[in-house]
Design a binder for this molecule. Sequence first.
Ligand code: ADP
Length: 646
Amino acid sequence: MFLDNDQLIAILNLTKNPISVHIGEDAVIQYANDAMLAVWGKERSIIGLPLEEALPEMKGQPFKEMFATAFAKGTLFTGTETPADLVVDGRLDTYYFDFEYRPVRNSKNEIFCVMNSAVDVTERVKHQQTLLHAQRDADALKKEQVMNEQLSAAKEILQSQVNISAKEASENAEQFKRLVEQAPVAITVLRSHELFVDIANAAILEIWGKEASIIGLPLAEAMPELEGQPFIGILQEVISTGVPFYAQESKAFVVRNGVLTEGYFNFICQPLRDGEGKINSVLQVVTDITKQVVSRLELQRTKEMMDMAIDAANLGSWQIDPITKALQYNSALARMYGYVDELPMTFDQAIAQVSVEHREMLVLNIEKAIAGGGAYDVTFTQRRFNDDELIWVRSFGKVNLDESGKPIFSGFVMDITEAKKDEQRKHDFIGIVSHELKTPLTSLNGYIQLLQRMAKKEENTMAMQITDSAVRQLQRMNGMINGFLDLSRLESGKLILDRTIFRLDELVREMAMESMVVDSTHPIEILSCDPVEVFADRIKIASVLSNLLSNAAKYSPEEKLIQIEAKKIDNQVRVCVRDTGMGIAPEHIDHLFDRFYRVEDTGKQVSGFGIGLYLSSEVIARHDGKIWAESELGEGSTFCFILPIA
Ligand code: ADP
């Protein structure tokens, strides 16, 4: 029993994949199913018209030419993601198609029509265009999806072809065989319970790893490796029950180059009827998806490894939907936050636990990361849900695309409370020690000055020299302790400026003279000093100058010249300290003003803690000024700062 034309058309109309049939050099539309009419955005009335009359927007596009060539010369045209401009709902737009123009021949090898099958992939293409940075796994998944689409398209085309061919019963078998052999997908037809390989196209032979010589053999004989695998049973079952069988990602072992090899396949088994309408054969369409599955499995393994690492590091992981703000998190995060409720924690609940002083900053950073797609790395305090304990957390992440290409904001949190407490303890320690050292140091200073005076009186040159050195060392020590005290004041927000109006040029001279007294190893030249007044904290600016001068001496060989100048530039004053010492390599310049930063490869051991320039930069910044360094390795350095004039 064969279908008549009306039934055939009714079936074709049901298929979801757009199909049309064309004849002649004008590609006259013989047939188009509803899906194709929808793609074209046209009514059924266009059937019977030449292509460019039915779709005037096709003029200037290459499609009619392709149809004509396919019809006249038998050329097969295929394309993936091919753009076509179509007028749909009165609007001209570019759509994208995976398509095929296939010349169909009769038994005399004459072309009788050209069949157009197309998969509208516009959404996918547009999606890819906007999400250029889609992750690899998303890509692999998408390809698999396309494969599936092609597979089902192939199946539907095939079905319809079987039916079209049915019109000419005598030619049916031959024409069908030719069609299968030309098909771009892997196809085989197996007959009777023994599964004789009646037809096997090149694509399926490649998948099987066999030569065409196996055609005619029973499948079990052609492929002994199938023994113990379920496929022979499945195929026989389709023939005996007439129920089609579909498999996704089915694992199979095939012999390739003499080696039993594992592969993954999607396949369809479709029962076929013979001339009398009896099911005696099975048609199988196979797609090899080994590559995609393997890459996905690899990704899965990588992800599992990552999960293990996350667990081991006790990292909390989170994921936020940029639009709905739906929050997902792992159990480590729930533990860290002390979240014990049955219901999942919401984004708003999590934010509400953040300390008031950090909340706005955090929300702002989240919004910024979502809007700009940049990196996000914030440190803040929050209350634990269960015991209200204050904890420090560092949260970092970025916006990425998930498997389906949807943007998702995700990252990790770390509990850094212990590290913060350690830091705090260190600061407290430095603060307390420096404070406690101040008192004995002051008395020591007093005693030594007394000794100094006595030595002078007795004109004991030896004692005078020793006490002078002792005073200098005490001054150095005092300077260091003051630095530590300033640091701990700065960190606890207690560094307060005591501003007065004073002559900066005078302070510059004063500090240069003092420096020469304390450290007589380097000559200091005072260059031009423009008379200017500033409104600033005199003691703190003095400490900045002292730091720059002592660095210039510390990092220069003895006897090397140090120069200092103060220049008025518009309503600002620029002070520069220049030395001709060891200089600084370019990679360090930007970090010199960081806390505890020291250049370790200076060659000679110079004592210091790397806080002098950090404090200087903080002091200058609080005066609305700017500090910077210019240097050339081996040539010397210049440190300058600018302050506004009062
Ligand atoms: P410290 O001198 O205690 O190490 P500073 O904060 O004053 O700390 O200086 C930071 C670092 O900058 C120093 O360790 C040194 O490597 C570099 N540096 C500062 N001044 C100079 C200079 N004039 N010449 C060369 N290197 C310098």
